[in-house]
Design a binder for this molecule. Structure first.
Ligand SMILES: Cc1cc2nc3c(=O)[nH]c(=O)nc-3n(C[C@H](O)[C@H](O)[C@H](O)COP(=O)(O)OP(=O)(O)OC[C@H]3O[C@@H](n4cnc5c(N)ncnc54)[C@H](O)[C@@H]3O)c2cc1C
Length: 284
């Protein structure tokens, strides 16, 4: 189908993008890689009157380390995240999640900010953002907000972001001992189930763990019963296998669609939780 008619403007800065969104009064949409928005427009599920192109805002993309934290600009493509030497060395789970997204075309156009704002229930980044406890930095007409990933993903395609706000980027303390494991939907590569796990091990025990799950429900969530089952235990295969069993029990409502039944997804949650935890353990 052909989208409804729309105007196009290019934003020159974050402030300019926010001003253009505000002036559009709810009828404007930011355009980043266009890999989620444009298909929606072609199906007329989204009919913005104005597209505000943010792809050329200086400084909106890039991966950098600042004061012991890693910062990824919202305009950074999945391919740039996947191939970042800094992430591969200091926080491989985020690069791994990006490398698992779609195909080369999607990874070369799609952006971190677009993926987070769109919040597809099967998107890969949300699980990784939960595992690294990322802060999402957002700018709007009233200034800056920083939201923990755990408070950002609210529901199906719904995040804590006003129509006149823009995601500028994410920040997190790098975690080496973390990994992502995903069951792909074969055609699109979206996650049927995806789990990102991060372990903090000290003095022969798991001090704490963060486990993010995507693909199973309306939005990505932390698996807190798995995290509790790991805390204080020795970092062993047995600990991981026992803790992973908690994963499926915790999720009450599991998605069922043409790609996988709820029963199949539920069966896969502990499997991929165990694989993500084993990957994290191997990096301790
Ligand atoms: C064939 C195919 C396969 C895919 N497979 C996967 C997969 O395996 N895993 C996966 O996770 N994703 C997958 N995707 C989705 C892909 O990752 C998209 O790139 C991503 O969801 C959206 O990023 P974008 O930059 O293209 O955003 P756009 O499509 O440009 O925008 C998406 C939404 O986010 C808003 N937005 C964009 N940038 C910002 C910002 N900085 N601040 C606030 N709002 C913003 C837009 O207004 C729009 O509402 C796939 C997509 C396709 C087409």
């Amino acid at each position: 189908m052909i989208p409804t008619a729309f105007d196009y403007q290019r934003a020159s800065s974050l402030d300019d993008a926010v001003a253009k969104l505000k002036a559009a009064g709810g009828d404007g949409k930011l355009l980043a890689g266009g890999h989620s928005l444009v298909p929606l427009m072609k199906l007329r599920l989204s009919e913005p009157k104005l597209l505000i192109d943010i792809a050329r805002i200086p400084g909106l993309s890039g991966v950098r380390e600042k004061d012991g934290r890693i910062e990824i600009g919202a305009g950074t493509t999945h391919a740039e995240v996947a191939s970042s030497a800094l992430l591969r060395e200091r926080c491989p789970v985020v690069a791994e999640a990006a490398a698992e997204i779609g195909d080369p075309q999607v990874r070369n156009r799609g952006t971190l900010g677009g993926s987070l704002a769109h919040a597809d229930p099967s998107a890969d980044y949300p699980a990784a953002m939960l595992a690294v406890d990322a802060e999402i930095h957002v700018k709007g007409p009233k200034g800056w907000r920083a939201l923990k990933a755990g408070n950002f993903f609210l529901d199906l395609f719904t995040v804590d972001l006003a129509p006149d706000e823009i995601i500028a980027g994410v920040q997190f303390v790098p975690v080496k001992s973390a990994a992502y494991a995903k069951l792909h939907q074969r055609a699109s590569h979206f996650a049927i189930v995806g789990v990102a796990a991060a372990l903090d091990v000290e003095g022969g025990a798991i001090r704490s763990a963060r486990v993010g799950l995507t693909g199973a429900g309306t939005h990505a969530v932390r698996l807190s019963s798995v995290e509790r089952a790991l805390a204080g235990k020795p970092p062993s295969t047995k600990t991981i296998e026992d803790a992973a069993q908690q994963a499926a029990v915790e999720i009450e409502q599991v998605n069922s669609d043409i790609h996988a039944s709820a029963e199949y997804r539920r069966a896969m949650i502990p499997v991929f939780t165990r694989r993500a935890l084993a990957g994290a353990l191997a990096r301790v």
